[in-house]
Design a protein around this ligand. Structure first.
Ligand code: OAD
Length: 234
């Protein structure tokens, strides 16, 4: 299973490339999601991510997240590879989640890379500018624990994701435009390795060409139906 921002959309978290509300139609990633942007204006970048942390913390998993958690409890070999940096899969009860793009909730030092523990997420963020805290080891600035543009997905995460794609019988791809690499390669890898690929997305995407079935529905509607069908066939 591969999930993208559309997986969290019905929990109220905006996608990136949605025309109306997409984060990248309202904000410029060059100003907010690169290491250079952080060097240029730390308070702007940190404040924006704290705003996203507060937003994600206030959101709740929906019926699709719940259905996947239930599936994981009856099919322990289920792997959820997600590009999402929220924790909605885990809060629904899924434990086998691989975060390809990191996590909003794992800030680390920009200088020495040590994890920064104990950051208190405010309930709401009125001002997008916020000075980042300092690392308790080296005094460097603390950065968000996500993968920025121009950075690589960690080798371990990619190796694990690729292995799942090569070994699975079925890859369900939910809510991704399929344009960001290397995650975008996973459906094709699964297909080449003999798996069926099912896409769940209300509209066509770059994944659709590799999909054996394109289910034009939303995550919160299609996933509970899919899990129910898998359960009654097992
Ligand atoms: P996008 O915003 O590019 O795509 C979201 C996809 O979800 C679109 O194809 C929508 O049609 C679909 N969608 C919207 N609502 C849905 C719903 N309720 N159910 C199912 N699908 C729905 O987001 P991603 O593909 O996840 O990376 O973006 C990939 C990466 O680009 C992100 O992880 C982020 C971004 O830049 C980094 O920040 C590194």
């Amino acid at each position: 299973m591969l999930s993208g921002a559309g997986m969290s959309a019905e929990s109220g978290i905006p996608t990136f490339r949605g025309a109306q509300n997409g984060l990248w139609s309202r904000f410029d990633p060059e100003d907010l999601a690169t290491a250079d942007a952080f060097r240029r204006d730390k308070a702007l970048v940190w404040g924006w991510y704290v705003w996203r942390m507060a937003f994600a913390r206030a959101a709740n998993p929906h019926a699709g997240h719940m259905a996947l958690a239930k599936l994981g409890s009856i099919k322990p070999d289920l792997a959820i590879i997600t590009q999402n940096v929220d924790d909605l899969h885990e809060r629904a009860g899924s434990w086998q989640v691989l975060h390809l793009h990191g996590s909003l909730f794992a800030p680390r030092c920009f200088a020495c890379a040590r994890p920064f523990e104990g950051f208190e997420i405010p309930e709401s963020v009125a001002d997008l500018r916020l000075e980042p805290p300092r690392c308790t080891h080296c005094g460097g600035y603390v950065r968000p624990g996500v993968v920025w543009f121009g950075e690589s997905v960690t080798r371990e995460a990619w190796k694990a994701a690729e292995a799942h794609a090569r070994q699975c019988d079925l890859m369900v791809v939910v809510g991704t435009s399929g344009v960001v690499h290397p995650a975008a390669l996973l459906p094709a890898i699964a297909k080449e390795s003999g798996a069926r690929v099912v896409e769940i997305n209300p509209i066509s995407s770059a994944v659709s060409g590799n999909a054996d079935l394109a289910w034009r529905s939303s995550a919160a509607i299609a996933l509970p139906a899919l899990v129910e069908a898998l359960e009654s066939n097992s």
